[in-house]
Design a protein around this ligand. Sequence first.
Ligand SMILES: [Zn+2]
Ligand SMILES: [Zn+2]
Length: 263
Amino acid sequence: MKYVVLGSSASVPTRRRHCSSARLSCDSENALVDCGPRTARQLHRFGQALERISLVWLSHLHGDHCWGLPTVIRRLERIGGEHTLRIYANHSTIDRVKTMLKALLKLKQLRSTTVKPHVAEHGIFHQTKWFTWRTFPLMHRVPTHGLIVQERQPRGRKIVYVSDTMMFDGLIEACDHADLIVCESTAQARYAKLVRSFKHMTATQAAQLARRSKARRLVLTHISHLARASAIEREAREIFPNTVVAEDFSVFTVHDRHPPAHA
Ligand SMILES: [Zn+2]
Ligand SMILES: [Zn+2]
């Protein structure tokens, strides 16, 4: 399982950080996990072929998590050839995606690409031979979901993406024994009041979540343009040492826990 961060900033991008998106590869599936503005360009800069993306999962309809989708589709059209893109998200986000697709159709900008929007509100929405893809509800200003991708075997590998949310106890169960938690961490604890008012999380809360859920590794993302990444990392490491702050193009690999005996 390979998780490539394409954008690690909160809603205001900076020179070094783009808005939320990542590419998750596991099994034969290559997915975009959120699709903030400039996701297509970030994929290109990282040398990843856009036409290999088959699935897009969106956490919620805030622009910093999904406004890159029209460009992804337009670029696929320009590449040409038959291509199918499955899009999974909650009701409100899929409604918005459908409106966008109607506009593209009207403008005759949707010819060779087949886009299939699916509502994924709660629980398993996709399974391959080896992996299960699940969503779970978060607590943000609009309906928002998190993502769990887990190997289909006892104690199989598990990656959890905690998108925009405030801290709540349900997160601990979702992240239980994860190999990797990619968690929003908008700012340091000293801004806790402000962070909470926008229904986001602090570095301290993300680290407490990783510790309480007995996770192996924590990656912090969705970093505010006003926050200092080094301070965020220091704060989280005091609680959960195996923490890093994601940079754009950081790569995180979760290796097989049960390598074959002959390997
Ligand atoms: Zn956001
Ligand atoms: Zn948001």
